[in-house]
Design a protein around this ligand. Structure first.
Ligand SMILES: Cc1cc2nc3c(=O)[nH]c(=O)nc-3n(C[C@H](O)[C@H](O)[C@H](O)COP(=O)(O)OP(=O)(O)OC[C@H]3O[C@@H](n4cnc5c(N)ncnc54)[C@H](O)[C@@H]3O)c2cc1C
Length: 391
């Protein structure tokens, strides 16, 4: 890092970054490659992160966490990705916990947050997306019907990540049919599902093998009983609660993309200096230098917006458009850096042992999830530029 970069705002939380980097050094490329080929969950890595308190960073001190701002959590995820590791196995705990923190009852928070902070229980899963509704969340069909002290849940969800590795799941359901609601965003509710009790008792999980190792699954609900005591906040207001968590989710994932981009740029520039062809380093050719320099510029610009979005969020200011822009720019920067990294490495970029192709597959996800680029552009066009909504 140059002196100028060492003083750039991106170098915030240097102690946290150093400690995270040390932890990640215990999980080198070989560890991730083995898991990747078996599509297995990085249990040891997640446990280590939990034990070190990083996954409880955003939980207030009164509940056993560190009570740090989102900018600190961004630093953690960025460093994880910069080191070649993958926070996708556990990043959700940082933001799903927020739904409970902001909208849960005192009793729910006192019961769960300290156990999440200590790593005793995991809240890694959140179930929103459904096969038939896609991005149009207001059309979800999973229904929860009240029956005495319980809700009875029927329906299905798709792409629900980490559900096999989580003790609880934040689940969005319809409690009132869409047709009976004044607004399409009304009538949805958030339930906390205890996965340890639910699986085999009304909930079944089917893993989906994807192009990267992401522990994602399809869920089927068949008369699953969830205690009414597990309703978060008020019935019918669930859509708003889920929306509240979307800005931090987008910002945190953007920070991961910045980490990925830095991983690719570090690797590409090192290789460009070391690799000699035609009797000189390939990095002496501007055809190799310029794409790497361009990826760096693109990454620094995206990182500045990520920091801005996180700072707005931490200050309690509106940050929806900045969070969306940060996610889009960072995901595009990491993809461009990955593509450049492969090109710089020639044939070696495709060899598994270089970890580039694995990271390339992993970082592609973030142009689709948690929100796709088109939907971000639609948000900017309508919210920032005042154009009419197309849907
Ligand atoms: C690996 C993985 C992990 C995931 N993890 C989770 C999870 O843990 N929990 C969860 O709830 N969800 C999860 N998701 C779901 C993810 O959030 C969705 O895939 C994403 O929001 C897109 O929804 P969709 O796949 O249904 O695409 P669709 O909504 O079917 O859209 C398909 C394409 O059409 C475009 N499109 C749709 N409507 C418009 C429009 N009006 N204008 C322009 N373009 C449009 C979209 O941009 C997209 O490119 C995950 C997905 C993946 C792939």
């Amino acid at each position: 890092m140059t002196e100028e970069n060492a003083h750039a705002p991106g170098a915030d939380y240097p102690e946290i970054r150093q400690e995270v980097a040390k932890l990640c050094a215990r999980y080198p490329g070989e560890y991730w490659r083995k898991l990747d080929s078996a599509r297995a969950y990085p249990t040891d890595f997640v446990r280590d992160l939990s034990d070190s308190g990083y996954l409880a960073l955003l939980i207030p001190e009164q509940y056993g966490g560190s009570g740090l701002p989102l900018t600190a959590a961004c630093a953690v995820l960025e460093e994880i990705h910069r080191a070649g590791c993958n926070g996708g196995a556990c990043h959700a705990q940082m933001y799903t916990m927020g739904t409970l923190l902001r909208h849960g009852s005192e009793e729910q928070k006192a019961k769960l947050l300290p156990a999440i902070a200590s790593g005793e229980i995991r809240l890694q899963a959140f179930g929103v997306t459904e096969p038939t509704s896609g991005t149009d969340t207001t059309r979800i069909r999973t229904r929860a019907v009240r029956d005495g002290d319980h809700y009875v849940v029927n329906g299905s969800k798709i792409w629900i990540s980490r559900s096999e590795h989580s003790d609880f799941m934040v689940l969005l359901v319809r409690t009132t049919p869409r047709e009976e609601c004044a607004r399409r965003t009304d009538g949805m509710s958030v339930l906390l599902v205890d996965m340890r009790e639910a699986v085999g008792n009304g909930l079944s999980i089917k893993p989906i093998r994807t192009m990267m190792n992401h522990a994602t699954t399809e869920l089927f609900f068949d008369n699953l009983k969830v205690p009414v005591a597990n309703l978060i906040g008020e019935e019918g207001r669930g859509f708003r609660y889920i929306m509240d968590g979307m800005n931090p989710e987008r910002i945190l994932i953007a920070a991961e993309c910045i980490g990925d981009a830095r991983f690719f740029i570090d690797k590409a520039s090192r290789y460009a200096i070391e690799r000699e062809v035609f009797g000189r380093p390939i990095g002496q050719n501007q055809g190799i230098q310029f794409p790497i320099a361009r990826a760096y510029v693109q990454t620094e610009a995206a990182a500045a917006i990520v920091r801005e979005a996180a700072s707005l969020y931490d200050a309690g200011l509106p940050c929806g458009s900045r969070a969306n822009m940060a996610k889009m720019l960072a995901a595009e920067a990491s993809w461009a850096a990955g593509d450049t990294c492969i090109q710089t490495h020639g044939g070696y970029g495709f060899a598994e042992e270089y970890d580039i192709e694995r990271k390339f597959r992993e970082t592609r996800l973030y142009q689709v999830a948690p929100i796709s680029t088109n939907l971000i552009l639609s948000h900017i066009a309508t919210h920032e530029l005042g154009m009419p909504k197309s849907f």
